[in-house]
Design a protein around this ligand. Structure first.
Ligand SMILES: Cc1cc2nc3c(=O)[nH]c(=O)nc-3n(C[C@H](O)[C@H](O)[C@H](O)COP(=O)(O)OP(=O)(O)OC[C@H]3O[C@@H](n4cnc5c(N)ncnc54)[C@H](O)[C@@H]3O)c2cc1C
Length: 396
């Protein structure tokens, strides 16, 4: 069976590795001439790590990542701790795999190296997918440079502006959330006493929040800061803003935040759009995966993790059912409800993090503080349905 994959991001590369694992041949078509060097960190939660364990890549990812010791929530200005709960060994015990923080460039590098090792010609850079057509027997991809490639199924893992989705379902109408996300990565050595702790820390404030954590074996600090602003609306990994603007957005915040922003050489910003769940992800021999299928706000740190789960399920179903189209239908059936729930949960979290009034803060952060103090494991328990999920279980 020959599988074509449009997009060589986290979703597309993981899908390629999952299809190889299940015995299919793959071709990954990535429009970029070289693999993305995105200056940002990303969290790999246990539900995604279980797929990487099944692929034999968990050690390679862990080697270049950082394993946070705890999760924390703090107030953005005062630094007041709302809760501080151990995570590292608890993640493995409770959910069956570690929780990691990794640089996106390192993440992609581990996946691409594994793919090249197993199938040296599978990844084709500079291959921009322009469209597809299909018959009962095959699917054909048309590239922007005029080439045509035929396979048994096509997976559209080409992100939020997916051309495969646009052909399948028409142009989308995303809704701007009124939030932008700042991103920065700074060497820990530059931060002195104000370096972020070795935790996953969410800092809350009126109309904004941010998350700090460490990357690359603890040598880098990562910042993602979400601010309610409507003066700017581009979705991009490469769009830059100025340090002054970022510092103005977080003026009077805790020195951990202001020092980090002050030391950042480059500050990227990304406008956050919301999209309703799609009615379907599959058209015959073609299916969507990852952000192409279920783009979500980043407030649960699960977007890429959902793409990784999709990757395992689509590869298993397509290689085990009697036809690719049947396998893709089964994949959609198994994945759509879960991904839509996580999409909705991510949307709801924005409201939790940005409480503006004293009363709203007390009503939200008070119970958080109480739970952290008297029932810390209840905070972890709430994550069981997300982190405890194991899409590889059926194959064991
Ligand atoms: C600020 C922020 C923080 C986040 N933090 C987390 C986190 O901590 N944990 C988490 O799990 N998720 C997180 N996410 C979400 C995560 O980044 C995405 O869900 C994930 O990158 C989706 O992967 P993907 O492979 O589906 O799409 P993408 O990463 O967008 O990859 C798509 C690929 O397709 C390629 N492509 C596009 N068009 C074409 C074409 N025509 N032909 C060929 N190739 C094409 C692109 O070049 C790209 O390489 C965050 C998102 C944001 C914005």
């Amino acid at each position: 069976m020959k599988i074509l994959i449009s997009g060589g991001g986290i979703g597309g590369l993981t899908a390629a590795l999952c299809f190889l694992h299940h015995g299919a041949e793959v071709t990954v078509l990535e429009q970029a001439p070289k693999l993305g060097e995105v200056g940002a960190g990303i969290q790999i939660p246990p539900n995604a790590m279980k797929v990487f364990a099944a692929l034999g890549l968990d050690a390679a990812l862990a080697e270049t990542a950082f394993q946070p010791l705890s999760i924390e929530a703090r107030m953005g200005r005062s630094g007041l701790e709302l809760f501080h709960i151990p995570l590292a060994e608890h993640a493995v015990k409770r959910w069956g795999a570690p929780y990691l923080h990794i640089h996106r460039t390192d993440y992609i590098a581990v996946l691409a190296a594994a793919l090249r090792a197993q199938s040296p010609d599978a990844l084709q850079l500079g291959g921009e997918v322009a469209g597809y057509c299909q018959t009962e027997e095959a699917v054909e991809v048309r590239l922007a440079d005029g080439r045509r490639i035929t396979g048994d199924a096509l997976i559209g893992a080409d992100g939020i502006h997916s051309p495969v989705r646009e052909q399948m379902l028409g142009a989308e109408k995303p809704i701007f959330t009124g939030n932008i996300a700042w991103r920065a990565v700074v060497p820990m050595a530059a931060l002195g006493a104000h370096a972020p702790r070795p935790t996953a820390c969410a800092w809350m404030g009126p109309g904004k929040h941010c998350v700090t954590y460490r990357l690359r074996r603890g040598t880098l600090a990562n910042f993602v800061g979400v601010v309610e602003r409507d003066d700017w609306t581009t979705e991009s990994w490469t769009e830059r803003g100025t340090r002054e603007e970022a510092l103005a957005d977080f003026a009077d915040w805790h020195p951990t935040i202001t020092r980090l922003l002050g030391e950042a050489d480059t500050l990227y910003r990304w406008a956050l759009f919301d999209r309703a769940p799609l009615p379907r992800w599959v058209d015959g021999r073609v299916a969507l995966l990852g952000d192409a299928a279920h783009p979500m706000l980043p407030f649960m740190a699960q977007g890429a993790a959902m793409a990784v789960e999709d990757a395992w399920v689509v590869a298993r179903e397509v290689t085990q059912k009697t036809s690719p189209a049947r396998g893709l239908e089964a994949y959609q059936h198994l994945r759509q409800t879960r991904a839509s729930r996580v999409q909705a949960g991510s949307r709801a979290n924005a409201k939790t993090f940005h409480k503006r009034t004293r009363l709203g803060q007390l009503a939200t952060y008070g119970p958080m503080w109480l739970a952290g103090k008297f029932a810390p494991m209840a905070v972890h328990k709430r994550q069981n349905p997300i982190y405890g999920h194991d899409v590889t279980r059926l194959d064991k």
